[in-house]
Design a protein around this ligand. Structure first.
Ligand code: NDP
Length: 510
């Protein structure tokens, strides 16, 4: 994982998960064909703690196209042996990985908080999700279901079987730095593919730890490879490599669109952003709705693809709901996610902080009314942003249409359910939605008409479970991850016909 000879750097600082001693910068490496190696170029970069940006967390390889080429070569060489390993045996490595993740959960969670800023409670949930995903994926090793069906001919048998695709190129974001790479790697592996993981440049430690866990679980060399480095070079090299037969990408819709354009003819699975709405009906339990919006909107500092960023409230209850929500938003405590009394951690980096600030200015210039927040707090030196609440938002506004990816919630009013649904569906995104109502007709109408991949009734827009399919519609993505449906991402469905009649039977003619 790291090169001990290179770790000593005078006057450098490092945070470890056990204690914060300022001594060395750990140097991390790439995993190619079972070896931890430096990048071909020798170039490295540093990552700092977003809550304390003068704390350097480590030095990481700036992998490039040459490194990717080697990693894909290793994955390709490992393909045949891994594909021939029976799926239940492949699954055993994942059960082992689940156990290792469970043992390492606390230290991994602390590492995650240091690396990308989410609160420790959130980080523990992230690791727990990876553990649950490992068990779910492993269970698929004893299923990988195809189906049998009657043939239209006599003495002929037809069925489908799920086969591996080949080398999988996996590109992940930083906001769920263990859970998302885990979901991709575990499903790719159990389905019999080998993998090259290119994690987000902001979270290389978590990705390295995941690769280490798989190494400790005994996964054969070359089956999982890790290349850290810039998306535009290392990521794009992975996408374009013809030996990569399936790309699984989670990230922004802009990057997703570039990948789709550049990948060539291969399977491309995209999980993209969201502009997730909550509808609050006039018959809703308003306390429940306020708690749901608080959790969905500000958890993980609003940096979730499923974060609630639009709240559409029926006119009759708008004023009351707004007052109740504002009271709670003002109570949210900003700070270092390692402190147990903190609700909202920092944003991931300075660029994210600038982007959220810019959107607040845009919102004001468009005529939205700022109820809370809207600024970088003066008393904190990390990349923090105040929990922000806008009201009187209109559907044409940019803050109503574009993904801000920060602690910003926009309130709208609607005349009735139809008006609210039309507002929900007025954006390009379609990931998650929620409706608070005690009227089951309202709930079912919304479930059927909201153009999103997930709909929650009387719960926030976040909270997906590992064994259920996850994914969006419209510009939020093209695939479903997780559970039995998740195997479709990483398998070719082969159709098989076996004719034991001993004669030529012509389909559609005889
Ligand atoms: P980005 O799209 O910026 O980056 C995602 C990954 O793609 C990173 O590993 C990045 O590398 C890499 N990348 C960047 N440019 C390229 C390129 N040209 N070719 C190949 N790879 C590239 O997204 P963020 O990391 O900022 O993540 C936030 C976004 O992810 C939000 O839009 C969020 O909604 C979405 N998301 C979606 C989820 C879903 O399941 N639908 C879940 C979580 C997040 P590098 O870091 O080096 O730039």
């Amino acid at each position: 994982m790291f090169d001990a000879a290179e770790t000593k750097r005078e006057n450098s600082r490092v945070s470890t998960y056990l204690f914060r001693v300022v001594l060395v910068v750990l140097k991390y490496q790439l995993l190619i064909n079972g070896e931890w190696v430096n990048s071909e170029s020798g170039e490295t970069y540093q990552r700092v703690n977003p809550a304390e940006p003068d704390e350097v967390l480590g030095e990481f390889q700036k992998g490039n196209a040459v490194d990717v080429e080697k990693a894909v070569g290793a994955a390709e060489d490992a393909c045949e042996g891994w594909a021939e390993t029976p799926a239940p045996k492949r699954a055993e490595y994942l059960y082992k990985a689940a156990q290792l993740l469970t043992q390492q959960k606390e230290e991994l969670s602390r590492t995650m908080t240091l690396e990308m800023g989410k609160t420790l409670a959130d980080a523990r949930a992230d690791v727990q999700e990876a553990i649950d995903v490992a068990y779910c994926a492993a269970a698929e090793g004893r299923r990988l279901l195809g189906h049998t069906t009657p043939s239209e001919k006599k003495d002929k048998f037809a069925y489908t079987v799920r086969l591996p695709i080949g080398v999988a190129g996996l590109i992940s974001p930083w906001n769920f730095p263990i859970a998302i790479p885990a979901r991709k790697v575990f499903y790719a592996l159990v389905c019999g593919n080998t993998a090259v993981l290119k994690p987000a440049s902001d979270t290389p430690i978590c990705a390295t730890r995941l690769a280490q866990v798989l190494e400790q679980a005994g996964v054969p060399k070359g089956v999982v490879n890790l290349v850290t480095g810039p998306g535009e070079s290392a990521g794009m090299a992975l996408v374009k490599d013809k030996r990569v037969r399936v790309v699984s990408f989670t990230g922004s819709k802009e990057t997703g669109a570039t990948i789709l354009r550049e990948a060539g003819i291969k399977r491309v699975n995209l999980e993209l952003g969201g502009k997730n709405p909550v509808i609050v009906m006039d018959d809703a339990d308003l306390n429940l709705a306020v708690n749901g919006v608080l959790w969905g909107g500000y958890e993980t500092t609003g940096q979730r693809c499923t974060a609630a960023s639009r709240v559409i409230i029926l006119e009759e209850v708008k004023e009351t709901f707004e007052r109740m929500l504002l009271e709670q938003v003002r109570k949210l405590r900003l700070g270092n996610g390692l402190n147990a009394d903190v609700d909202v951690g920092p944003l991931v980096n300075k660029a994210a902080q600038d982007k959220v600030s810019r959107y607040c200015e845009i919102g004001l210039s468009e005529g939205a009314k700022l109820l809370a927040g809207g600024h970088v707090p003066a008393n904190l030196k990390g990349w923090f942003f105040e929990p922000t609440l806008f009201t009187d938002c209109k559907r044409e506004m940019r803050i109503a249409q574009e993904e801000i990816f920060g602690p910003v919630v926009c309130l709208f009013s609607a005349e009735n359910l139809e008006d609210a649904i039309s507002l929900v569906n007025s954006v390009d995104y379609g990931l998650s939605s929620s409706i608070y109502t005690n009227n089951f007709r309202n709930a079912f109408v919304a479930i059927n008409k909201l153009q999103t991949g997930l709909t929650y009734v009387n719960s926030p827009t976040i909270g997906s479970e590992a064994h259920l399919p996850f994914g969006g519609v419209k510009h939020s993505g093209t695939t479903r991850e997780g559970g039995p449906d998740g195997t479709a991402e990483f398998t070719e469905l082969k159709t098989v016909y076996i004719d034991y009649s001993g004669k030529l039977q012509k389909a559609f003619l005889d």
